[in-house]
Ligand binder design. Structure first.
Ligand code: 5RP
Length: 219
């Protein structure tokens, strides 16, 4: 199967975690787009969705799925999203699509994070994929210096402004052996909006697309 077929397979499989009347937290990215298509086929049965980006909101609405403002919702049973990397504990690197801040907000509202990903995203240690860090533009250089001091090589994502009017630094060269500690550390720096390590809001389940079918990992 090619990567797109694997993504479509896990996107469809994720609908098993959606029950009648549910408000669903919906992530961002090419894998989630397949989930949104599958969700649209059962849209009469759900209450709506809380979205993690302008792009996802547009896609949900185009397919007739009602989008509910996060501030109108107290909690969600599930949040379904992709990842750039996931390890064997359910810790992830996210933000390749630039939506990390809103993704982390919706993930924090949910009782369970269901990650949908192709097999190649499963890694022994996070850090090969460049770690996205969303920053307030004024702090970009300050944060970049601190990331270099940690051993990383940050590069500004050129021409990108996030849904929050901010910038993204993509950081190569970090070996994220302790995701909880790294998330905690970088999150505290002035000017950092969100770091793309999802450790506190890690996955509870990963639906992994393989040539042999969907493999379910429970964390
Ligand atoms: C967007 C994300 C995505 O979940 C991540 O980049 C994976 O995307 P894709 O499903 O296209 O591989 O974090 O900010």
């Amino acid at each position: 199967m090619n990567p797109n077929e694997l993504k479509a397979m896990v996107g469809r499989e994720a609908t098993a975690y959606v029950s009648p009347g549910m408000l669903v937290g919906v992530g961002t990215g090419s894998t989630v787009n397949h989930f949104i298509e599958a969700l649209a086929r059962m849209k009469q049965g759900i209450a709506g969705a809380v979205s993690s980006s302008h792009a996802t909101t547009a896609r949900l609405r185009a397919l007739g799925i009602m989008v509910v403002d996060a501030n109108e919702v107290e909690s969600l049973e599930v949040y379904i999203d992709g990842a750039d990397e996931i390890d064997h504990r359910g810790f992830m690197v996210k933000g390749g699509g630039g939506a990390l801040t809103r993704e982390k907000i919706v993930a924090a509202m949910a009782q369970r994070f269901i990650c949908i990903a192709v097999e190649s995203k499963l890694v022994p240690t996070l850090g090969t994929f460049p770690l996205p860090v969303e920053v307030i533009p004024m702090a970009a250089k300050l944060v970049a210096r601190r990331l270099r001091a940690l051993g990383g090589e940050p590069v500004l994502r050129e021409g990108v402004t996030t849904d929050n009017g901010c910038q993204i630094l993509d950081v190569r060269g970090l070996h994220i052996a302790d995701p909880l500690a790294m998330e905690h550390e970088i999150n505290q720096w002035p000017g950092v909006v969100t770091v793309g390590v999802f450790a506190r809001n890690k996955a509870n389940v990963c639906l992994l697309g393989t040539d042999q079918g969907v493999k379910t990992l429970n964390f």
